[in-house]
Design a protein around this ligand. Structure first.
Ligand SMILES: [Zn+2]
Ligand SMILES: [Zn+2]
Length: 261
């Protein structure tokens, strides 16, 4: 695959928009907010899910995927995340109360368990299908991370959900080959307090954060808008001129090239 496909880009589920889900290589996605409705019969090609954190809009399709895979797959579905994120899956989802414990349920006719949880270490590279994913700490939940997503020496920085976070701007400065930043804006600027409490960004908070960066030669893409505030946020982004170098507010189905064509 030459592109990253955005299967879900919303901060809320609506009839026309799913939540965070990026198809980064043939067998790998980041987050599972919109897998079942977008993959159709090719869903069984998914082998790896890298999580940014455990909020419901990022994990919601994982239980249904385990349910589909248990009778159809030969090897475990591998789910990667920081420790606190995986602990949440163990304690709150696959606990034989909300959903069966598919960590211990064996695939029918095979020896592997249905799912396998794999703990990531921050700032270490992980390789899948020729793509390298490097998790970095964000400020959203205890186990939250973004990813540097690279292929053939070119790549993008994906923050997923975050509040103010210095590491984003350090990484962009340290790695000039990153040509694109994909980050979030969830609320209009008037909701700064709500954004701070829920650890999200507004257009004016993002404008402030951008001042920390010494580069301006990257494209800026934005996602995770709360659907109710779409119009206001788009107006504010336009006034602040944040969508630089061809960037845009992402919608489901958009793609970004690993290498700038
Ligand atoms: Zn979140
Ligand atoms: Zn979210």
């Amino acid at each position: 695959m030459d592109t990253i496909k955005f299967l879900g880009t919303g901060g809320t589920r609506t009839p026309t928009q799913g939540t965070t889900c990026l198809h980064v290589s043939e067998h790998c996605v980041i987050d599972a907010g919109n897998l079942i409705n977008t993959f159709g019969s090719t869903i069984f090609t998914i082998e790896h899910i890298f999580l940014t954190h455990s909020h419901l809009d990022h994990i919601i399709d994982i239980p249904f995927l385990a349910d589909l895979f248990v009778t159809q797959k030969k090897v475990s579905l591998k789910i990667y995340g920081l420790k606190a994120t995986l602990d949440d899956l163990r304690q709150c989802i696959f606990n034989d109360r909300i959903w069966p414990n598919f960590k211990e349920i064996t695939l029918i006719g095979h020896t592997d368990k249905t799912i396998e949880l794999i703990e990531l270490e921050l700032e270490l590279p992980y390789h899948v299908d020729g793509v390298t994913l490097t998790p970095f700490k964000t400020d959203h939940t205890e186990g939250s991370c973004g990813y540097i997503i690279e292929k053939n020496g070119s790549g993008v920085l994906f923050t997923a959900d975050t509040y103010r976070c210095d590491r984003i701007w350090e990484l962009l400065d340290e790695r000039p080959y990153l040509h694109t930043l994909i980050t979030e804006v969830s609320f209009p600027s008037a909701f700064a307090k709500l954004a701070s409490n829920s650890k999200h960004l507004t257009p004016s908070l993002l404008a402030d954060e951008l001042k920390k960066c010494n580069r301006d030669n990257f494209s800026l893409y934005i996602m995770h808008l709360k659907a109710l505030f779409m119009g206001t946020i788009l107006e504010e982004l336009a006034v602040l001129e944040l969508l630089r170098n061809g960037g845009k507010v992402l919608v489901d189905g958009d793609q970004i090239h690993y290498k700038i064509p």
